[in-house]
Design a protein around this ligand. Structure first.
Ligand code: NDP
Length: 399
């Protein structure tokens, strides 16, 4: 049994707190800390009502390493689950090293003034975590996260060699607003408006934003327009899946969403550089975030399902083979269970499971690791037990 410190009381933090509270045999005590403690208290009250468990709360600025170290030393957790923003990854990794505890996050570090997604900054901590005998688990959400574990499972059990991977992410949920993002709007819009990228024959290929799309037939949801984006798990999977020839990532967007995004981009509202406004400096995308619906508020309004999975082609026993490994998640069922929509749910459940892998010692190995570098089996079992059951569909091999 382990004490866990959760940092970040947004949509995902809410789910992680609920799900950790549901497994007292793994997480004996929980402290939820965020910039604004009131948000933690609201979540703590909901968790108490749902599970009967008390969770502690605190206020912390995760960018202040000393303050986080002081909080860790006082509470003495075994691990820290970072579900604040990607900007806080490095200071939180530093705090874990100083205080001697394990680290986990769901999104790779991004410098605030440059929309750039890469693992280099966090991989640079490899030696420090190794020397300290501590584990840092990177990207334990759904994508990255479960998608990496699906690929590791396919590599271990379904294929002798994997050649092609398309990660397919469909959200067929409707929240009734003309425009809103399902997780932090600033992080979401920065991801979508950058140039697309995929990996083929050992090289990265770049395309204009959203310039490649396909109609993909998702189980349960049916055909959906899916757009090629760069997504951070491509970087580690391209290195860790042996024999891979191509890996891409696709996400669905409605025409309505894309039209809003185009207009916001054209008028400069998605800019991430500061501008002068009435005598003060503001960053347009941060102002936009302030006026868009809070993703945490979408839960009660969102109806429909998500389907996220990995379409994998390779060979087994000398024969070509193609499978889709996926999960279907229902927005309203998530809301009934933890008062959250499916995007936060599908991120928060794997964050809890990754935490359990560290807390129970199954994935403890000094160093900095991406999910596919760990044994997929215990993680896949916990997905089935904790609300994200997965399925495997055999598909015809594309000529
Ligand atoms: P939210 O914006 O809803 O929540 C972020 C929380 O972090 C807020 O409570 C915020 O506090 C807190 N926070 C921000 N800065 C600090 C700071 N300096 N110190 C302490 N707390 C801070 O985001 P989400 O919950 O939607 O997303 C959380 C994370 O999950 C993000 O990193 C996101 O990229 C990642 N994610 C990963 C996915 C995956 O599948 N891998 C999918 C979706 C999200 P305050 O309210 O005071 O601002």
């Amino acid at each position: 049994m382990s004490k866990v410190l959760i940092i970040g009381a947004g949509g995902v933090g809410n789910v992680v707190a609920h799900k950790c509270a549901q497994v007292p045999e793994v997480f004996s005590e929980i402290l939820l800390a965020s910039r604004n403690e009131n948000k933690c208290k609201v979540i703590a009250a909901d968790v108490k009502a749902a599970t009967g468990r008390e969770i502690q709360t605190a206020s912390v600025d995760a960018e202040n390493v000393e303050a986080t170290v002081a909080l860790i030393k006082k509470f003495q957790p075994k691990l820290l689950i970072n579900v604040a923003l990607p900007y806080q990854d490095l200071p939180l990794m530093d705090a874990c090293l100083h205080a001697g505890i394990h680290y986990l996050d769901t999104a790779n570090y991004e410098p605030p003034n440059h929309a750039k997604f890469e693992y280099s900054w966090q991989w640079a901590y490899q030696e420090r975590f190794q020397k300290a005998g501590l584990t840092a688990l990177l990207g334990s959400g759904f994508d990255p996260g479960v998608t990496n574990v699906f690929c590791a499972y396919a590599q271990k059990h379904l294929f002798d060699e994997i050649e092609l991977i398309d990660i397919m992410d469909a959200n067929a949920g409707d929240h009734g607003y003309p425009f809103a993002t399902n997780f932090n709007p600033e992080i979401n819009i920065r991801e979508i408006t950058q140039r697309g990228r995929f990996w083929e024959q050992g090289e990265w290929r770049e395309i204009d934003p959203l310039s490649i799309h396909q109609e993909y037939e998702y189980p349960v949801l049916g055909a959906k327009s899916s757009y090629l984006l760069y997504h951070e798990e491509l970087e580690s999977l391209a290195q860790n899946i042996k024999g891979l020839k191509r890996i891409r990532f696709f996400m669905t967007f409605s025409e309505k969403y894309l039209t809003h995004l185009r207009v916001l981009e054209n008028v400069g509202m998605t800019r991430i550089d500061p501008i002068e406004f009435q005598g003060q400096q503001i960053v347009p995308i941060q102002f936009l975030k302030a006026i868009l619906p809070d993703p945490a508020s979408l839960g009660p309004r969102t109806k429909g399902k998500t389907c996220i999975g990995c379409d994998i082609t390779g060979t087994k026993d000398g024969k070509k083979k193609r499978v889709f490994i996926y999960n279907i998640c229902d927005h309203q069922e998530c809301y009934r269970e933890v008062k959250s929509q499916a995007i936060s749910y599908t991120t928060g459940v794997p964050a809890m499971i990754g935490g359990a892998m560290l807390a129970t010692g199954k994935w403890l190995r000094p160093g900095v690791w991406n999910m596919e570098q760990c044994d997929p089996d215990p993680f896949m079992d916990m997905l089935n037990q904790h609300g994200l059951p997965w399925h495997i569909q055999e598909l015809p091999v594309a000529e």
